[in-house]
Each structure stands twice: as structure tokens, then as C-alpha cells.
Design a protein around this ligand. Structure first.
Ligand SMILES: *Cc1c(COP(=O)(O)O)cnc(C)c1O
Length: 389
């Protein structure tokens, strides 16, 4: 292959939807990424919460390559063992009943929206189809998922959207009551709003949402695409709020780096979608599922407790940095409000010094791999501290 200038060619040949950071990633191991010039970076991004076991974890590579040599794809017209096993584990660990597998978070939310509308259509007739989501939420980039996303900047160039969505201010119980009507079939939310700036919702609000859903037979859909699969110190974040969703969507962290997502359905909804009502060619692909099996297998109670402890440790150290104003989030999903410079600038400067990190709104967002060591955490935080001086 002839040598190419990756940055220039990328900018010429790839649609410019991403404002990429100034780094060409070449390879990685654990929480360390190496660029094309051989420079090392501590990774506080995990590929936006995807590489839960870090880069190229040995067990994960073994599991994935083993499946890759056996059967890479066969379509959902046939049964496969890895997909069945992932479903078995997810349902056993959540008490929910059935899974639909997709390839991404947006697609996971699509099926959740379709299932919610079909549930109510079946039961009450075709006009019970309104869905309430929250302002400042993020549910993905497909047309239904951006309709659900309660942020005008994602909407502005793409009208018209799906009808019959309404938006509620997070943590505002009065507004919650105003945002539903007698045609509402579901309420959909993230328990910690990720892209919205790592905003934790409060427990009373979530419990009010749940109780309203029960009273009015609306479905509670929790989007755990970012918060799920161990990220917050429990398998799913909703577990920490004492609520029981009817539908839980997941994606990012489950495949350990391979594209897979899905929706878990509780008792009420698990038989709503029958043959022909929904589908996808790749969803629950056996190689991605082999990766997911390794991720889930590693995520036992001790591992999850470790995630919570590392999160507390990071919070404590971050709090000691004078430029840090506040810290939000749960487990290893942290939002850091800073003063003195913009988060965007701090993240770019940190990258130059060897730390990969993210922003969410005007905060620095940290989503390290769940397997990160304390030594790596210290190294990364030292860089952040230098940048924030
Ligand atoms: C990332 C994200 C999505 C979208 O996932 P994609 O895989 O990018 O489609 C949806 N919901 C939440 C909460 C997310 O963080």
C-alpha cells in the first residue's frame, strides 16, 4: 500500500460530520493508545464509553478471534449460540424477559419507540402513541432518535420530525405532568444525561416518572446506551434509583469495541413485536456477541464494585484541583465543570500532553475503560491537573 497523509486525505474524502481531535490512533493496549508516530496517550475516553475492557484486552481478543474463525455472520434467519447466550445473561441479570439486538444505540432506541407504540396500539387503538422525552436528552441520530432527543441544535436543519413527541424539563415534576396527556404511551429518559453534560437526574423525579407510568399504563423506557454495562458501577444505572423500567436500551459498552446494541423488554412488552414487525440484517452478529459475552462474563460483582471505587477515587482527586468547580456523574462516567478556560481548550491541551478525554456541553467528560489501573488514573489526572493550572 502506498503511504498516505491520513489527516489530509480524511478531510478531503470523508464527510465532515466529525470535528476530529488532532491525533491518528494506531494501536492500543488497556488504557494506553499509541498514535502513528509512536506517542503514547492515557485513555479517558474508552472510544466514548465503548471499550469497556480497554484496547485489545487479551481475553476479549481471544473470545472474538475464536468466534471469527468459526462463523462470522449467518443472518437472523438462523439461530446462533453467542446471540442466545448474551440474551440469556442479560435477562437473567435484569429480570427483564426478552432482548432485541441491534447494531447501535440509535437503532436500539428505534426499536424501543416502535415497541412502545405497538404495545399501546394493540391494547388501546391507534391514537395512543405520544411519547414524552426530556429536554437536554440525547438518544441518537436517526430520525426517530433525534425526534426523541430534546435539544434544538440537533433538530434545526432536519424538519419535519415524527409527530406526537413532547418534552419535559429534567427533574421538574410539574412539567412532567404537563408533558403527558391521555394519549401518551411512553416516557423515555437517560438516568444520567450523557451528551447533555453528564447530568444526574434526581431519584424523586425518576420515581415519580415510574409511578405515573404504572398509573396510566405508559411504558418506562430507560436509555442506558451510555450508562449501561457497568459504566456507573452497576450493570445498569437504573438499579441505583430503585426503578423498574419496561424497556432498557443498551449499546456502547456491551461489545467491548464491536458494534452491537439492543433493547431489553419487560413482561408487558416482550411479546409485542412478532415476526415481520421489526428486523435488522447484522443485529446480534455472532462476532460482536462473542465480544459481548466476554465483557459480561468479566463484569461480576467484584468488577462492578471496582468501577464504583475507581470513580470515587477519581472524583476525590479531581475535587482537589483548584480549577475544578463541580463534578457530576456516576462511577466511571464523570462530568467536570472547570473555571479558567473552556473545556474544549483543556481537552485539546491535554491531548498534546498525552491524555485523551472528552467534552459534554461545557464540561470535560471522562469515560475511561472500566479496567483502567490506579496508576493509569494517576498519570491521566496529573496531565489534567497540569492543563488546569
Ligand atoms: C451514544 C448514545 C446514543 C446513540 O448511540 P449510537 O450508537 O451512536 O447510535 C443513544 N443514547 C445515548 C444515551 C447515547 O449516549
Amino acid at each position: 500500500m502506498k503511504k498516505i497523509d491520513i489527516k489530509t486525505t480524511d478531510q478531503e474524502k470523508i464527510v465532515g460530520t466529525y470535528a476530529r481531535y488532532d491525533m491518528v490512533a494506531d494501536h492500543g493496549k488497556g488504557a494506553v493508545c499509541v498514535d502513528e508516530e509512536g506517542k503514547e496517550y492515557i485513555d479517558f475516553t474508552a472510544g466514548i464509553g465503548v471499550n469497556s475492557l480497554g484496547f485489545c484486552d487479551d481475553g476479549w481478543v481471544r473470545a472474538v478471534t475464536k468466534q471469527l474463525k468459526k462463523l462470522q455472520h449467518v443472518s437472523n434467519l438462523f439461530y446462533t449460540e453467542p446471540q442466545t447466550r448474551v440474551a440469556e445473561i442479560l435477562t437473567a441479570r435484569t429480570g427483564l424477559c426478552k432482548v432485541f439486538f441491534s447494531n447501535s444505540g440509535a437503532e436500539a432506541n428505534e426499536v424501543a419507540i416502535k415497541a412502545a407504540r405497538k404495545y399501546s396500539n394493540n391494547k388501546y387503538g391507534n391514537d395512543i402513541n405520544w411519547i414524552t422525552t426530556l429536554e437536554n436528552s440525547f438518544h441518537g441520530r436517526t430520525m426517530a432518535a433525534i425526534t426523541a432527543t430534546g435539544q434544538e441544535n440537533y433538530h434545526k436543519d432536519f424538519y419535519p420530525f415524527l409527530g406526537n413527541f413532547s418534552y419535559c424539563k429534567p427533574d421538574d415534576i410539574d412539567d412532567l405532568h404537563k408533558s403527558i396527556n391521555d394519549k401518551t404511551c411512553a416516557i423515555m429518559l437517560e438516568v444520567v444525561q450523557g451528551e447533555g453534560g453528564v447530568v444526574n437526574l434526581n431519584k424523586e423525579f425518576l420515581q415519580e416518572v415510574e409511578s405515573l407510568c404504572r398509573q396510566k399504563d405508559m411504558l418506562l423506557i430507560v436509555d442506558e446506551v451510555q450508562t449501561g454495562i457497568g459504566r456507573t458501577g452497576t450493570l445498569f444505572a437504573y438499579e441505583q434509583y430503585g426503578i423498574k423500567p419496561d424497556i432498557v436500551t443498551f449499546a456502547k459498552g456491551i461489545g467491548g469495541g464491536l458494534p452491537i446494541g439492543g433493547a431489553l423488554f419487560g413482561e408487558k412488552v416482550c411479546d409485542v413485536l412478532g415476526p415481520g414487525s421489526h428486523g435488522t440484517t447484522y443485529g446480534g452478529n455472532p462476532v460482536a456477541c462473542a465480544g459481548a459475552l466476554e465483557v459480561l462474563d468479566r463484569m461480576d460483582d467484584a468488577f462492578l464494585k471496582g468501577v464504583a471505587e475507581k470513580g470515587e477515587y477519581m472524583k476525590k482527586k479531581l475535587n482537589a484541583i483548584p480549577a475544578v468547580v463541580s463534578i457530576s456523574g456516576l462511577g466511571l462516567m464523570l462530568g467536570v465543570e472547570i473555571k479558567g478556560k473552556e473545556a474544549k481548550t483543556a481537552v485539546a491541551e491535554a491531548l498534546k500532553k498525552g491524555l485523551m478525554s472528552l467534552t459534554a456541553k461545557d464540561k470535560i467528560r471522562l469515560l475511561p475503560p472500566l479496567t483502567i489501573t490506579y496508576e493509569e488514573i494517576d498519570k491521566g489526572l496529573k496531565i489534567l491537573e497540569d492543563v488546569l493550572k
